[in-house]
Design a protein around this ligand. Sequence first.
Ligand code: ARG
Ligand code: GLU
Length: 713
Amino acid sequence: MFKKNVLIISAVFGFSLAIAQQYGGMWIPTELNEKEMKDLGMKISAKDIFNTEKPSIKDAVVQFNGGCTAEIISPKGLLLTNHHCGYDNIQNHSTLENDLLSNGFWAKNMTEELPNPGVTVDFITDIKNVSEQILQGTQNLSGKELNDKINENIEAYKTSQNIQDYQKIVVKPMYYGNQYYAYIIETYKDIRLVGAPPQSIGKFGSDTDNWVWPRHTGDFSMFRIYADKNNKPAEYSKDNVPFTPKYFLPVSVKDKKEDDFTFVFGFPGRTTEYLPAIAVEKIMTEIDPAMISVRDVALKTLDEKMRADDATRIKYASKYASVANYWKKWIGEVEGLEKSDAVEKKKQYEQTLISKNPAIKPTIDELIKKYNEQSPYSLNKAYYSEVVRNAETLTLANAFSGYVQSVEARKMDEKALENLKSRLSGFYKDYDAELDAAVTAKVLSLYANKSQPQFLPQGFEKFKDVNASLQSIENLSKNSVITGRGKLNGATVYSDIDKIFADQNALIQNLKNDPLMQLFGNLKSTYLSTTDEKVTALQLEIDGLQKKFMAQQMETDKNRQFFPDANSTLRVTYGKVKGSNPRDAVFYGYQTFLAGVIEKYIPGDYEFDVPKKLIELYNAKDFGIYKDKTGDVPVAFTATNHTTGGNSGSPTLDADGNLIGLNFDRQWEGTMSDINYDAKLCRNIMVDTKYILFIIDKFANSKWLIDEMKIVK
Ligand code: ARG
Ligand code: GLU
C-alpha cells in the first residue's frame, strides 16, 4: 500500500517523495517520522536528533536573537548563521573608516571577537506535550473565557515545574489550540562576532536575486557563545569563557548528488497550511495584492532617488531591503497560489472531507460567512497597516503622538524621554524628509483611491489626485518640526533634539497644531472606529471555527499525517537534494558554482560586484579541498525541505547528521509554501558548506577557525 502511494505520487510529481511529505512537513523533533526518514535515506536515528538523556543534534541548534536559527560547529561554542541574520550586528560595529559591511570582518584570535550587547541565543533543553493540563476545564468555554482559562492553566503549569534559575518555560498552542506544548529554554547572552565576509559575498545579488534561484550568495556569518566559569549563561564579561556545548555539528566537505537525503533543523516562524479555501482566496485576491500595491509605490519612489543620489542610497539601503523582501515574497506567493491552483484544490479537499464527515459542512459554511463578513475590514486593515508602515511621516507622527499622550498621562519620565530621543536620533540619521514627503503623498493617494469611502476620514478625497497630494504633503512637511524641516525655538530635530524636547509646553503646543499630526490623528481614529474592533471581534470567531475545522480535518483525514503550523518553535523538515521544473521547458539544476558568481560579476555594481581576491582565487583555481568532482567550488544548492522565515541560518544535515549547508531562502516559484506546499515547485535554498569553508580558509585566511571544527571528508 505504502509503495503504491509512493508510486502514484511520483507519477504526479515526477519524482519520489514519500507520503508524509506530500504536504510538506515541519515536524516537532520529539515526534519524527523515523521510518519514512530512513526510507528516504537517513542513516542516524530519531534519538540522535533529539534526546534529553544524552547529547544529541538538538544541543547544537539554537534560536538566534529571537528570529533566526544558528548552529554550533566547534567544541568551543563557534556559531554559524546567515549574513542577513547577523547584518545589524555587523553594521553596528561599522564606521565610515572601518566599514565591516563592505570589507568583511575576521577575528584573528578569540581576543579580537566583538561583543554584541542584547544579542541572545536560546537552547531548547526539553519539549513536552502538556495538552491535558492546559486544556483542563475548557471543554465548554469559548472566546475570551476560553483564553482566560487557558492562560490560567499555563501559569499554574509553569509554577508547578521545577526549573533552574537560568531556565524558563514557554507554552505554545499547536493545531490552533487543539494541543499545547511546553518548552524549557536556556538563554545565553554573551555572543561575540567572529567573522563575516564582505557584503559582495554575504549579500551577493542582494534584492535582484533575493527569493530567486539560481543563487550565488555566501549568506553566512560567525559568532561565538561565551559563558561563565561554570559554562552557564551570563551577561557579557571579559572574564567569560568560550561555551562548551553538549554537542556540535561535524562539517562535511563530501560531494553531494541529486536525491541525497537531507534534513533542516530550526525555528520556522509562521505558516498557515490548514486554512479553508475561502481564506486562501482572500489572501490571494485581496490581502496580498493590497499590500503589494502600497509597497510598489513606496519602492518605486525610493528607488528613483536611491539610484540618483548615493547618500540616499546608503541611508535607505537596509529599509529598502526589508520592505522589498516581503513585497517580492508576496508577488511570488500570489503567482504560486494561482499556478498551483491552490483555491480549487482546497475546495476539492473540503468536498472530500465533507463526503467522509458531513459535520464539517456547517464549519466550512460558517467560515465562509465570517470571512466574507470580515473581508472589507481585513482589506482596509491591510491597506492602513502598509500605508502607515511605508509613509515615514506617519510613523513619526505616531511616535510623537505617543509622546503627547505619555506627557498628558504623566507617564513620560526621564528614562522614557531619553529612550525616545535616542530612538528618534537613530531614525533621523537615516532619513530623507523630502523623499519621505513624496512617498507619503503617493501612498496616501493610493489609499484615497483604493479604500472604500466609509473607511476614510472626512475630506480625504483631496488626496485622490496624486499631484495635489504631493503638493499638499510637501507644503506641510516643509514646515513641520517632526520631519526636521520646521524649527522650534530656533532648533530642528537634527541640529539640537535636546533643545526641542527641553521646552515641553512649546513642543506639545506645536505638535497639536501640526497639520501632519492632525492628519495622522484623523486617519488613526477613523481606522480604529471603523475597522479595528470589527476585524478583531470577527477574528476571535474565526479562530474558534478554525480550531474546530483543524480538529475535524485531523479526525477525518486518516491518511494524512498532520504537523502543526510553524510557530517559531523547534522543528525538523526533511527531503532530498533536488532541482526543479518550475515552468514548461525550464529545468533548474540543484547546484550552483563559483563559476556562476563570476558569470554574474558586474564591476562596481552595488549588487553584483565581486571582491578582487575572490576573482584571483577563481582564476588561480586555488580551491584546496573545497572543490567537488567537477573541479569547481559548489556555492548554493536546493532541496525539497519545507522551510519558512525563521529557518534562516538553519543547519542542513545529511543522512549521517553532518552539516552540508546553511538554509537562507526559498525559490520564488515556491514561496506559496507557507500556505500551500507544492512538492513540484517548493525548494529551499542553502549555502554549501564547501563554499563557507572555502571563504573562511582561502579568502579570509582564517584557518584557525577551520582547525576548531571537525571536518568530514
Ligand atoms: N529572502 C530571505 C529571507 O526571507 C533573505 C532576506 C535578506 N536579503 C535581502 N536581500 N533582503 O529572509
Ligand atoms: N530568508 C528567510 C529568513 O530570514 C528564510 C527564507 C524563507 O522564508 O524560507 O528566515
